[in-house]
Design a protein around this ligand. Structure first.
Ligand code: SF4
Ligand code: SF4
Length: 344
C-alpha cells in the first residue's frame, strides 16, 4: 500500500488531463446530483460523492452505438467500433463489482468486441465511499468494499489517500505520479482498517434478508401472481430502474436507413425489461404484456437468473433504482424483505 497527499493527487490528475493521451473522466457535481463526465479541471473531481445518476457502464456500453455502416448500392459494409482510451476516476466498490459481472456476460458464449475493447482501453480508479446514499444497501449485498476489479483503489484518510494497486495498468498509472507517492506508514494502515470497520454504520439497516437466500425465495414467489400484481400496481413502465442499474445490460439493435434506402447504420441502443415493448416479437405477440410479469422478471433476473448462470446476485445494492423510481416501488429491499417475512 502507498499514500499520496490530496494536494499532490489533485496536481497529478491535472497533469493527466493536460498531458495524457487518454480521456480523463471523473465524478462531478451536477446541481444536487453527481455524474461521471470528462474532466476539464482536476478541481471538478468529487471523490466524496454518494452515488452517481448513471453507473460507469455507459463508457463500455454507450446508450447509442453504431455497430456497422453499410451501402447496399456499393455492396459495402464496414464495422465501426469507436474506442476512446480512458482513465475513469472515482468508481465506488459496488460499481466495480457490477463491472466484473458485466465482463462475464460480455465474454460468455459470444464475445462482444464492442464492450471488451472499451474495457481493455480503460483504467479503473476506484474510491472507497466517503458518503453513502440513503438508498444504498451495499453492505448487505457484500459490495461495500472490494479486493479486486480495480486498477487503483483509493481510500480517504484525512489529508491523504491510501492507494492500492490492483493491476499492471494501475501500476503504470501510479508510476506517473513519481515521488508524490510514498510507502504507507503503520499509523496510516490503521486508519484504513478503522475506515473499513466503521463503514457498515453508514448504511440503512432495514434489509432483513441474506443475498444468497434470494434465488430460493424468488423461486418460491414466482407463481404468487397476487404478490407481483399488488406490488407492480403503480408501475409506469418507464424503464428507469433498468437504465440506471449497473448490472442491466439489455440492448436493442436496429438498422437505420437513409431516405434513399441504400445507406445506413446498424445501431445498438439500451433497452430494458420494464418497457412494454421489450418482449414483443413478430406476429404482434408479447411474452410479458402485463406490467406485473415485467416487474417480476426484473427481480427474477436480479436475484435468481444471473445467479443460476454465473453464481452472481445481480443487484449490488447501489440504490439508484429506488432513488429514481417516481412511484417509489423499485426498492429491492422492500420486495426482498416482504418475501423474507412472507408479507404482501
Ligand atoms: S418500477 Fe418504477 S422506475 Fe421501474 S419501470 Fe416501474 S415506475 Fe419506472
Ligand atoms: S437493482 Fe437497483 S439497487 Fe440493485 S444494482 Fe440495480 S439499480 Fe442498484
Amino acid at each position: 500500500m502507498k499514500v499520496i497527499n490530496k494536494s499532490n493527487f489533485t496536481e497529478f490528475v491535472g497533469n493527466l488531463i493536460e498531458n495524457d493521451h487518454r480521456e480523463v473522466v471523473g465524478v462531478q457535481s451536477k446541481s444536487s446530483k453527481f455524474a461521471f463526465d470528462p474532466l476539464e479541471s482536476a478541481e471538478d473531481l468529487r471523490l466524496d460523492y454518494d452515488v452517481t445518476i448513471l453507473p460507469p457502464k455507459k463508457y463500455f456500453m454507450p446508450q447509442r452505438e453504431t455497430l456497422i455502416e453499410y451501402n447496399t448500392e456499393e455492396g459495402e459494409m464496414e464495422t465501426v467500433n469507436e474506442v476512446i482510451p480512458r482513465i475513469i476516476l472515482g468508481i465506488h466498490p459496488y460499481d466495480l463489482i457490477a463491472i466484473e459481472q458485466m465482463d462475464k456476460v460480455f465474454k460468455d458464449t459470444h464475445e462482444d468486441p464492442y464492450y471488451l475493447d472499451k474495457r481493455e482501453q480503460s483504467v479503473l480508479v476506484g474510491v472507497n465511499m466517503v458518503n453513502v446514499s440513503d438508498w444504498s444497501f451495499a453492505d448487505t449485498m457484500g459490495t461495500a468494499t472490494v479486493d479486486s476489479g480495480y486498477d487503483v483503489m483509493l481510500t480517504d484518510i484525512g489529508d491523504k489517500y491510501a492507494l492500492e494497486v490492483g493491476s499492471a495498468k494501475g501500476s503504470r498509472l501510479v508510476e506517473k505520479a513519481g515521488s508524490a507517492v510514498n510507502d504507507i506508514e503503520p499509523e496510516e494502515i490503521k486508519q484504513v482498517k478503522q475506515y473499513k470497520k466503521e463503514l457498515p454504520n453508514k448504511f440503512r439497516n432495514d434489509p432483513k434478508f441474506d443475498p444468497f437466500e434470494l434465488p430460493t425465495l424468488l423461486k418460491e414467489y414466482y407463481g404468487k401472481d397476487e404478490f407481483w400484481e399488488e406490488n407492480a400496481e403503480d408501475c409506469l413502465s418507464c424503464g428507469t430502474c433498468n437504465l440506471v442499474c449497473p448490472t442491466c445490460y439489455c440492448f436493442d439493435v436496429n438498422d437505420i436507413n437513409d431516405l434513399s434506402l441504400t445507406e445506413g447504420e446498424r445501431l445498438r441502443t439500451w433497452d430494458g425489461c420494464m418497457l412494454e415493448a421489450f418482449a414483443e416479437v413478430a406476429g404482434d405477440e408479447n411474452f410479458r404484456e402485463e406490467k406485473a410479469a415485467r416487474y417480476r422478471h426484473r427481480y427474477m433476473r436480479k436475484g435468481r437468473y444471473m445467479y443460476n448462470r454465473f453464481g452472481d446476485i445481480a443487484c449490488v445494492g447501489c440504490g439508484r433504482c429506488s432513488a429514481q423510481c417516481l412511484p417509489d416501488i423499485a426498492d429491492p429491499v422492500d420486495i426482498f424483505n416482504k418475501m423474507k417475512e412472507g408479507t404482501q
